[in-house]
Structures are given as structure tokens and as C-alpha cells.
Design a binder for this molecule. Structure first.
Ligand code: ADP
Ligand code: MG
Length: 352
């Protein structure tokens, strides 16, 4: 039986026109294009509505599905607690709110992404990405749809969850030939499933494991999340040496990195210092958005007994943290060449 979507967020006209649609448009036009009659409540726009409005505004055709492999954003850092899971959950949600179809993959046995998106990792029926890789390699029937948990309706946000048993994937990978590229091949060989999405967002564990190598080797650009302190600077150089290693073994991959700084607080001197060092050392890789230290990111983490509320940007897109996440997502549309049915939204170029 197919699981029901966990939430169906809806947004006010003002949020839609200010934050989610870059083209200037009046609320009257918005209602008209999205086929809502004028009496509908103003808080009524779902991610799918936003997609439909963008499709109409840009004369796109849903039937012209591209059937190309979507860009992959693998959120990485060689250190725990830098905000990888927070960033991946919020980005996954933000892209869906912007009208893109998103597949989120939890690549960390700690299952934080799974938790934040609202799936209980202690559920016995969890099938994770390691299971899918094993079934694929063993040429067993692979029903990816059974692993997928719908978070928002209409495939706007789907999740391949994780649980603690994902730790076992590494010992299995040890025994396989060509072990670095199994995840990459899983995607390439299952276009009917993966090419339905506009973007894939992957959360990763901090360690340098065979699974984390697999997840990195499938993408073109890693998204490194740097918490603004001294340890993160060290972790960043470790991450760069991982990249060099992959590029040495697979020169054709030419793996790149985009860095986003997290946890900025204007009254902490070490934040400013760390940001200055990062900007100096990795000039060409720094994203222009800096995520502030913001309590809303902590509150989004609920205990399992509570009803799931979803990532901050979904709950409160107009908050300080929510706005930065949406700006970050918009900048990544350009950086990762994420398109809506082949169309690139005209979003301001990155300032380097
Ligand atoms: N910008 C931020 N402001 C405040 N708290 C944050 C911020 N980013 C992350 N956190 C909190 O820090 C902790 C670690 O974040 P998490 O995303 O789990 O890191 P990682 O996945 O890298 O281990 C979490 O409790 C999270 O809510
Ligand atoms: Mg994490």
C-alpha cells in the first residue's frame, strides 16, 4: 500500500508573490493563473500550485518531461554538528516550495533528515538507500517506490529514509568490485524513477566511509556546510583532500565544491574571523548567502512523540532563517543548473 503524504503545506498569496515566484505578479493574476476562484481563502497555495503557476507563466508544458538525470546536491562535511541535516531538510523543502519536484535521500544512519522531514526512523519497514544499492547490485527486483515515503503530495517532496541499519552498508560495500560507483549506477540505470525529479538532495554522515564516497562520486558539486569555528576550517581541508582523491582516481568527474557558512552571529568574534578565513582561502567556492545562528532551526527538531512539524522554511518561510534558506535555494538553482521542465528561472547571478 502506498503511504500517504505526511504534510501538505499551503502558503498565503503574499508569501507566494514575495518569496516563491520571482516574476512580479498581482494576487488577482495569481488566482486566475492557478485556477482558484476569487472566494478561496488567501492561504491556499501548495507547492504544486506554485509549480503550476510557474509552468503557466513561462509557457511550459508538463508533458514535455525531460527525462534527464536531475542535478544532485550532496550535503557534506567531514565533521558532525555543522548543520548538514538542517541544511538538507530545509533545502529539500525550499525547492519544493519553489515549485520543483524533489527527491531527498537520507545517507546518514543517524537519520536526522528522516526525522526532520517527519518520518519515524524506528519504523520497522524502513528501506534505505543501502538496501536499494544491494538489491540493484544483486540484480534482485528493485521496487524503489516501496522505499520512498511521500512527504508532500504529488511527488513535490519524496524521501528515501534512513535508519541505524544503514551502518551495515559499508561492510557490504567492502566486498564489492567497483564499489565507489554503485550509487551512481543505481541512478543511471533507473531513469524511470530518478528522472521524474528536478533535483536530488542528499544528507550525508560526517565520516569518510565507502557510502559517503559513493554519494559524493555521483554528483558534480558537493555542498559543504561550514559551521563558523576553528574545527570546521580543519574539517574543510579534510573534505578537500577527499575531493582530490576522488578526482585523482576519476579525473573525468572533476568534482567541485560549493561552501555555505552556517551559524553566523554578529556579536561572536570567532564567527567573523572564521568567515574571513573561509572567504580568503576558498574565494571561488563560497556561496554569497550566510546562514545565521537562529533558534528556529533548533525548534524544528521535534521528539518522535510530537506531531511532525517539518523544517523551519516550511513552517515559517518569512522568518529570518526561512528567508535565507529560500535565497540559498534560489542561488543553487543557478549554481547546480536546476531547471523546471528545461526552463532556467531568471534568478540574479551569484556575486562572487
Ligand atoms: N544556523 C543554526 N542556528 C541554530 N542552530 C542550528 C543551526 N544550524 C544547525 N543548528 C542546530 O545544530 C545542531 C546540529 O545540526 P545538524 O543539522 O544536525 O548537523 P549535522 O547534520 O552536520 O550533524 C542541531 O540541533 C541543529 O538544530
Ligand atoms: Mg546530520
Amino acid at each position: 500500500m502506498k503511504a500517504q503524504p505526511i504534510r501538505n503545506p499551503k502558503y498565503k498569496i503574499k508569501t507566494v508573490t514575495d518569496l516563491l515566484i520571482s516574476t512580479p505578479i498581482t494576487s488577482y493574476q495569481l488566482k486566475k493563473i492557478s485556477g482558484k476562484d476569487s472566494s478561496t481563502s488567501s492561504k491556499n497555495y501548495s507547492p504544486l500550485d506554485i509549480r503550476r503557476v510557474k509552468v503557466a507563466l513561462n509557457n511550459l508544458d508538463e508533458k514535455n518531461e525531460l527525462n534527464v538525470r536531475p542535478p544532485i546536491i550532496n550535503v557534506r562535511m567531514a565533521k558532525g554538528g555543522t548543520g548538514k541535516s538542517m541544511v538538507s531538510a530545509n533545502l529539500a523543502s525550499a525547492f519544493a516550495m519553489l515549485g520543483y519536484k524533489v527527491l531527498a535521500i537520507d545517507g546518514d544512519p543517524q537519520a536526522s533528515l528522516t526525522n526532520i522531514l517527519g518520518v519515524d526512523p524506528s519504523d520497522e519497514n524502513i528501506q534505505h538507500i543501502g538496501h536499494l544499492m544491494e538489491h540493484f547490485e544483486g540484480k534482485r527486483t528493485l521496487n524503489i517506490n516501496e522505499a520512498v515515503r511521500p512527504i508532500y503530495p504529488d511527488n513535490m517532496l519524496d524521501l528515501i529514509p534512513a535508519d541505524i541499519t544503514l551502518t551495515q552498508t559499508d561492510s557490504w560495500l567492502m566486498t564489492r568490485m567497483g564499489r565507489d560507483l554503485i550509487f551512481d549506477r543505481l541512478i543511471t540505470n533507473n531513469p524511470d524513477f530518478f528522472n521524474n525529479y528536478d533535483v536530488i538532495v542528499i544528507d550525508s554522515a560526517p565520516g569518510t566511509t565507502l557510502l559517503s564516497y559513493n554519494l559524493m562520486a555521483a554528483c558534480k558539486t558537493i555542498l559543504a556546510v561550514a559551521w563558523l569555528d576553528r574545527e570546521s576550517l580543519k574539517a574543510m581541508s579534510l573534505l578537500f583532500s577527499n575531493l582530490l582523491e576522488i578526482n585523482h582516481v576519476y579525473p573525468e568527474k572533476n568534482l567541485d565544491v560549493e561552501i555555505v557558512a552556517n551559524g553566523y552571529h554578529p556579536s561572536y568574534r570567532h564567527c567573523k574571523e572564521a568567515l574571513a578565513i573561509l572567504a580568503e582561502s576558498y574565494k571561488n567556492a563560497m556561496n554569497e548567502n550566510v546562514i545565521p545562528h537562529y533558534s528556529g532551526f533548533v525548534r524544528q527538531q521535534s521528539f518522535l512523540t510530537e506531531e511532525s512539524k517539518g523544517p523551519l522554511v516550511e513552517q515559517d518561510p518569512t522568518s529570518i532563517g526561512g528567508r535565507v534558506i529560500l535565497d540559498l535555494a534560489k542561488s543553487l538553482l543557478t549554481r547546480y543548473e536546476i531547471t523546471l521542465l528545461g526552463f532556467s528561472e531568471n534568478i540574479k547571478p551569484l556575486l562572487r
